[in-house]
Design a protein around this ligand. Sequence first.
Ligand code: SF4
Ligand code: SF4
Length: 208
Amino acid sequence: MKFLKQVGDYAKDSFQAAKFIGQGLAVTFDHMGRRPVTVQYPYEKLIPSERYRGRIHFEFDKCISCEVCVRVCPINLPVVDWEFNKEQKKKKLNHYSIDFGVCIFCGNCVEYCPTNCLSMTEEYELSAYDRHELNYDSVALGRLPEKVTLDPMVQPIRELAYLPKGVTEPHDLPKGSQRAGRHPEDILEELEQEKAKRQKASADSENN
Ligand code: SF4
Ligand code: SF4
């Protein structure tokens, strides 16, 4: 009897082991037909979405030292160092800095700046050995990051945010296909065309 029970247990265990192996292989085979969700960073990089809130860009010449950015910042982060120029009777900006070791990239400062001298960029590679290196001064803030799409060392990967409407498989698209959103240069070109049209229309009306 004991021998028969041992054989029965052995058969039951073998059946369970075969079932678990089958389940594991089913998961493996299921994933063989899917595209990988990983990218070979840093050789491949995802193109950030259009409204991505990366490192802030600052244009020194546009800043009027109003300190609105400091007031709307949840942690009063931007440092606006200015002095009053008595001759010109206006503020003179000496230095501007933002510490990205502390910034939460909420974008409030960008949203409320009256002169649009702040903007969010696509830059997200901000790692440094020393946290003090993350305190960007006006020169570092004035640097524009290298675009993923223009970097010859990088294979840009388009993700869902950049796919045309209805397309969900980025690897199926032929190279050079139009993305869903528009590049800033496309918008500028459109504005230029509209401006040229308006100028032509006003010139025509003056001639008639
Ligand atoms: S992004 Fe937000 S946290 Fe960072 S400086 Fe601007 S307002 Fe402050
Ligand atoms: S809100 Fe804009 S213009 Fe005003 S201090 Fe800040 S960066 Fe300069």
